[in-house]
Every structure is written in C-alpha cells, then in structure tokens.
Design a protein around this ligand. Structure first.
Ligand SMILES: C[S@@+](CC[C@H](N)C(=O)[O-])C[C@H]1O[C@@H](n2cnc3c(N)ncnc32)[C@H](O)[C@@H]1O
Ligand code: SF4
Length: 309
C-alpha cells in the first residue's frame, strides 16, 4: 500500500460527469462515470467546509440541468460548455441566470471547429448572441493546434466582433481522443507566432473590452515576458472524478494517473507524488506517453522531460 498524506491545497475540482452530448475528436476526457445531481450537491457542501475553492467541471455539465443547483452552493458564477444544449433549448439561459451564472465559457474553436464535433460556428454565433441579449458575459475557449496558432490576433478580432468579453486559448493536449490525431502539435515557429500575436492582441484591446487569456500549458513565452507559469496539479488543486479517484488536473483524469485517494470523504495524496511545478504535468505526461505517475516522478524521467522544453 502506498503511503498517504492529507491534501492541504486550496482548490478541489469536482468532475460532474463523463457524459457529453457530442464526441469531439480532440477531447482529453479519460475517466468514466456520472454523479447524480444530489451527489454533486452533497460533495459541494462537504468539500466547501475544508477547502477554500470548490469548482465544478464537465465533461459537459449541461447534459444534466440538475447539476446547476450546485454552482450556487460553491459560489461559482461561471460555467464551461460546448453551447449545444443552449442552442437546442434557449430557455436554459434563464436557468443559468437563476443559478447565479454570470459568465459562460463556451468552446468556439476558431479555424478548426468544423473538424471537431458537428457544432458549427453559425450555431455558436447564435448562442453568443442569445447569451449576450440576456446579459451574460461570454468568453470563447479556443483550442490551439498548428492549424490556427498563427491566427491568434485574427481570432481575438473575430471574438471581439461577436461581442465576446474574452478569449481563452488552450494548447492542444495529447491526451484521450487527441492521441488519435496526427500532426496537430506546435512547432517553434507556431509558438513564436502565437506569443507574438497574443502580445499584439493585449496591446490592442483593453482588458475590460476583451480579455485575452492563455493557458499555462503553452509553457515558456518564447517572445515576450519571462515565464511565470507554475503547474498547480496536486499542489494547489486536485480533481475528483465521479468514481472518487484523485487526479492533479482536469486534463489528466484517467486511470493510471492517480495522485491520491479518497477515504471517508477525506482527500489524501501519495507521499511519493512530487510536482516540481516547472512544467504542465499533463502536457509532460502526454508528450512522454507516460501512463503511471510514479514513472514520471522517477528522477531519470524528470531528466528526460527537460529535453522537451
Ligand atoms: C473538456 S471541455 C469541458 C467543457 C465543455 N464540454 C466544452 O467542451 O466546452 C473544456 C475545454 O477543453 C477543451 N479541450 C478538450 N480536449 C482538449 C485537448 N485535447 N487539448 C486542449 N483542449 C481541449 C475543450 O475544447 C473545451 O474548450
Ligand atoms: S471537449 Fe467538451 S464538448 Fe467536446 S467531447 Fe469533450 S467534454 Fe464533450
């Protein structure tokens, strides 16, 4: 049996379900199981007692509208969605508002949307319009591959034109179904273009007009300011899947990647789990094809990972 210590970070992310209403070709979700809305509510109350921040994540939370009641319990005024349920049932917007949601983070994959899941840009434009009409902020989440890495500024312009309050860029993770995609990874040239244009977009738009966010998974900014990224997986945050397994990050919630265990409703970490925080843990594991976190913590593997950056 591996030795355990109590998790004392500040953030707990509860994965509500593995269910989704589409099957994106790039989806990193690797766990299985679905909470009932009642279970989710109970866990939200329970973990809020011990942890400063409790958050609810997907896969797609709008597959069960019963999940919405939990957002108020943890004081989460935003939700992530692919937008499809809102498109199909616009009355869901009123439910979102009643549940205290103020910002909708909606997937909108500029340049690559049509190849991913059958939800079209036109559908998402309509959803964006309806959300804004009802007074909700919209932040568009775009996955960046080598196909759209050179278009970051143009993407910001388009998002601004659509009335979005922000754009969040997420670098493609080679996890889950994304492992079946070929030739999507970013080259040095793609990174340089991306970072250059992010800077241009931030110079162009006031943050209150269009917030330009990028995930730390892009790693070191090769063009602009020094990298301040510190991976929080297993240090400041943990994710609990519907089968009560403990993972370090939403993108590495999959059997073999556990960093701890839940016992009697308490979260514990393996004492041999170490995250030196210098790189995104999920990205590192994806690039190395490592399925077992213990291997990653092996000093030889740590040495090897450094070659990738
Ligand atoms: C996992 S989804 C959950 C929320 C919701 N189902 C959605 O798609 O917006 C959160 C975000 O991660 C993105 N995502 C999924 N798989 C990814 C991958 N392999 N690399 C980078 N981003 C990914 C999705 O496109 C989405 O913008
Ligand atoms: S990325 Fe989101 S919408 Fe796409 S399959 Fe995964 S959970 Fe569903």
């Amino acid at each position: 049996m591996r030795e355990l210590k109590k998790y004392e970070g500040e953030r707990v992310i509860l994965m509500a379900c593995s269910k989704c209403n589409v099957a994106c070709t790039h989806c990193y979700i690797g766990y299985k199981g679905n909470r009932t809305p009642e279970e989710l509510e109970e866990l939200c109350r329970h973990y809020s007692k011990d942890y400063k921040i409790v958050r609810i994540d997907g896969a797609e939370p709008l597959v069960d509208l019963g999940y919405l009641s939990s957002y108020k319990i943890v004081g989460q005024d935003w939700i992530m969605t692919n937008g499809l349920r809102i498109y199909q049932e616009p009355e869901v917007i009123d439910l979102l508002k009643e549940s205290g949601i103020k910002t909708v983070f909606m997937s909108y994959h500029f340049g690559i949307q049509n190849s991913l899941n059958g939800i079209t840009n036109e559908m998402l434009n309509e959803v964006t319009r309806m959300l804004r009409e009802k007074g909700l902020r919209v932040v568009l989440m775009t996955t960046i591959t080598n196909k759209n890495a050179h278009n970051a500024l143009e993407i910001c312009d388009e998002a601004h034109e659509l009335g979005a309050s922000g754009v969040e860029f997420n670098k493609i993770f080679i996890q889950g179904r994304a492992k079946n995609l070929s030739n999507v990874g970013l080259s040095k040239d793609d990174y340089d273009a991306f970072f250059t244009q992010i800077k241009q977009a931030r110079d162009k738009y006031d943050i209150n007009d269009l917030e330009v966010r990028r995930s730390g998974t892009f790693g070191k900014d090769t063009v602009n300011e020094p990298n301040r990224f510190q991976c929080s997986a297993g240090v400041k945050k943990v994710c609990i899947t519907p089968d009560d397994h403990v993972y370090g990050c939403t993108c590495i919630c999959k059997p073999g990647y556990e960093i701890g265990e839940v016992h009697d409703g308490q979260i514990y970490l393996y004492t041999d789990f170490v995250n030196d925080r210098t790189w995104c843990l999920g990205d590192k594991m994806g690039q190395l094809g490592i399925e077992d976190i213990r291997e990653l913590n092996n000093p030889d593997v740590m040495k090897l990972t450094r070659k990738y950056y």
